[in-house]
Design a protein around this ligand. Sequence first.
Ligand code: SF4
Length: 126
Amino acid sequence: MTSIDADRLMEAAKLSSPALRERTQRDGLCSKDQDRADEWFPPQPPETSSGARAHYEHTARALCTPCPVRAECLEFALRQEAGQRAWGIWGGLAPWQREPLVKARRRHDTAHDLASTTIRALSQAA
Ligand code: SF4
């Protein structure tokens, strides 16, 4: 889970949300393979089903780990989810994996603090 490069995450945290969205849409692997959209954005399984959760998390990691804009995608998702219920796979993480990151980032507002908090939370989740 820590395959996101720390420097990339730090750089992503400095970008505006429109820039993050543009890069993700332009370079994201999922944007180049629309035929597999159901694999990248599967329906969220019931949180009580550990088998479904494990399958969902495995799918997220397998699809997003090689993506060249994974850090930008994760940063964009964490910003969008600051006040909303999370859904879908973003940056290789399932919604319930991103929720603790969103909460951990609430008290920080500099790019360095946001990236450091995200990297620390990712390390603890690994
Ligand atoms: S990290 Fe995953 S969801 Fe995000 S742009 Fe890349 S392939 Fe798509």
